[in-house]
Design a protein around this ligand. Structure first.
Ligand code: NAP
Length: 256
């Protein structure tokens, strides 16, 4: 049986290691037959991501710090030369200063606030502006968000505010790009142990709380997030845009 993404080319930004949510998404995209392109942030991680790209069967691994407009332009030029048509783009990127994920929210510095917004929310706008012209047959752009966008989650702080902006960006981008057949959605994943998550103070308490209180009585698996990304990137998701889809073992429906 042909894979759900056979004949499609997908760019996945945010694979840092095997625990990255983007790694699971990239693996699922390959499983479904997509031509896979990965991006990494600078020479510091180049060798590591190239190794992961080889393991995943990626067609190309390219540099792109999403806060750097020149690097975004260079990415587009490199793609135009070799992969002029994109069908799916995954933005799985976020960053905030570690101290802003532990101290009281009101002590967030102006610089820390702007940094979190720039890397974690504005970058979706920049990436969409750069790559949507390559999505000539329409397609899907997706990003990763978290419940802390709309509810107060202890220590998530400035990242929650950035995720709220990110989810609003998804809606505005979806409205703008829908006419070109490009759908834009967010997947709101439940807590998953990754390098980024380890930066959040008392993250293990969040995992324990979800396992105890979610309808499925467990945490979500990155493979479940990845399968939702496949759905969105494939024809199965053709009627879905501007949405935040929760893949969190149902935790977000619970009150007490
Ligand atoms: P992760 O493996 O640490 O992934 C974060 C990625 O962002 C890394 O590849 C990192 O690259 C990249 N990045 C940071 N700044 C960048 C920049 N300026 N340019 C390009 N790439 C940059 O952690 P993750 O948990 O999988 O996070 C992926 C996404 O899922 C994030 O948006 C996160 O907020 C979201 N999410 C995570 C959870 C969770 O519990 N883990 C839950 C819901 C949503 P470097 O490592 O090279 O800096």
């Amino acid at each position: 049986m042909p894979g759900l993404l056979e004949g499609k080319t997908a760019l996945v930004a945010g694979v840092a290691n095997r625990w990255s949510i983007a790694y699971s998404i990239a693996a699922a995209f390959r499983r479904e037959g997509a031509t896979l392109l990965l991006t990494y942030q600078g020479d510091r991680v180049r060798a590591q991501v190239e190794e992961l790209g080889a393991e995943l069967g990626a067609a190309k691994v390219l540099n792109c710090d999403v806060t750097n407009d020149a690097e975004l332009a260079a990415l587009v030029a490199a793609l135009q030369a070799e992969f002029p048509k994109l069908d799916a783009v995954v933005h799985s990127i976020a960053f905030a200063n570690k101290e802003d994920l532990s101290r009281p929210f009101s002590e967030t510095s102006r610089d820390g606030y702007l940094l979190a917004q720039n890397v974690s929310a504005y970058s979706l706008v920049a990436l969409s502006r750069a790559l949507s012209p390559l999505m000539t047959g329409g397609g899907a752009i997706m990003t990763l968000t978290y419940l802390g966008a709309t509810r107060v989650v202890e220590n998530y702080n400035v990242m929650g505010v950035a995720k709220a902006a990110l989810e609003a960006c998804v809606r505005y981008l979806a409205a703008e790009l829908g006419g070109k057949g490009i759908r834009v959605n967010a997947i709101s994943a439940g807590p998953i142990k990754t390098a980024s998550a380890r930066g959040i103070k008392d993250f293990s308490k969040v995992l324990d709380g979800v396992a105890e209180h979610s309808p499925l009585k467990r945490n979500c698996d990155p493979a479940e997030v990845a399968d939702t990304a496949v759905f969105l990137a494939s024809g199965l998701g053709r009627g879905v845009t501007g949405n935040t889809i929760f893949v969190d073992a149902g935790f977000q429906i619970m009150g007490l």
